[in-house]
Design a protein around this ligand. Structure first.
Ligand code: FE2
Length: 235
């Protein structure tokens, strides 16, 4: 990780994003291989479930894996982080808050804050977006937002209680105020629309982005009668 204060105003390379759909029984996740073709380097985001598929994608990219970014500590997002970091001798990055609350540990684990950092020609801008978990992060790389379980095309992540729902409201506002209409959104799961839709489309179709105050948002997010089994009906 090259933290270079002198380059803080520079924009990074627009990466190639390889979408990897991986599954384990009823769980389907989306992993992302984020490629810097200038330096033949790559970053993996939230690797889980299918080691062979991930390694084949790495091989096909002809890049060196330089690090693993984690949006949060749920098992379906970090399942393969440690074995991949060991095999490729690279760091794992997750928010310091998420490390504290999850107690996840690995020799390669490095806690990060919201200071942007460089990996080769890629500029990684972490957004601290609590709500789904207390330490969730999204990552803006080029004009792509990797939104974990914070923002889906069709909704937002589950919030365990009212304080978390308030946090989620603020996190979604932060995303809305940070990304461009053309920013592509790459979530950890999908219901219908494929990952990589532009934010202007997400904004128009996602009811959770329409609320003007946190109380109405929290009431709706925590409303009774939700079918939480739907959480597992990702495609
Ligand atoms: Fe999650």
């Amino acid at each position: 990780m090259n933290e270079n204060a002198f380059d803080s105003d520079k924009e990074g390379l627009e990466p190639q994003v390889v979408v990897l759909k991986v599954s384990n029984m009823f769980m389907i996740n989306y992993n992302y291989l984020i490629i810097d073709h200038i330096n033949s380097e790559s970053i993996l985001l939230d690797p889980a479930w299918e080691m062979d598929k991930i390694e084949l994608a790495l091989e096909a990219s002809r890049t060196t894996l330089k690090g693993i970014l984690l949006t949060h500590s749920h098992f379906d997002h970090l399942h393969l982080a440690r074995p991949l970091a060991e095999k490729y001798d690279c760091p794992i990055w997750m928010s310091r808050e998420e490390i504290t609350i999850s107690k996840y540990s690995a020799p390669q684990l490095q806690g990060i804050g919201t200071k942007p950092f460089w990996v080769g020609s890629l500029k990684i801008k972490p957004l601290f977006t609590p709500g789904h978990t207390l330490g969730s992060m999204c990552y803006l790389i080029g004009n792509n937002l990797f939104s974990g379980d914070t923002l889906f095309y069709e909704g937002c992540g589950l919030c365990p209680d009212i304080e978390s729902a308030y946090d989620m409201f603020d996190s979604l506002k932060q995303i809305t105020n940070t990304v461009k209409p053309t920013t592509r959104i790459f979530p950890g799961h999908k219901y219908v629309k494929d990952p990589g839709q532009v934010f202007s489309s997400v904004y128009q179709n996602n009811i959770y982005l329409q609320f003007n105050n946190k109380h109405d948002f929290a009431s709706y997010r925590l409303r009774k009668g939700q079918n939480h089994s739907k959480f597992f009906e990702f495609q």
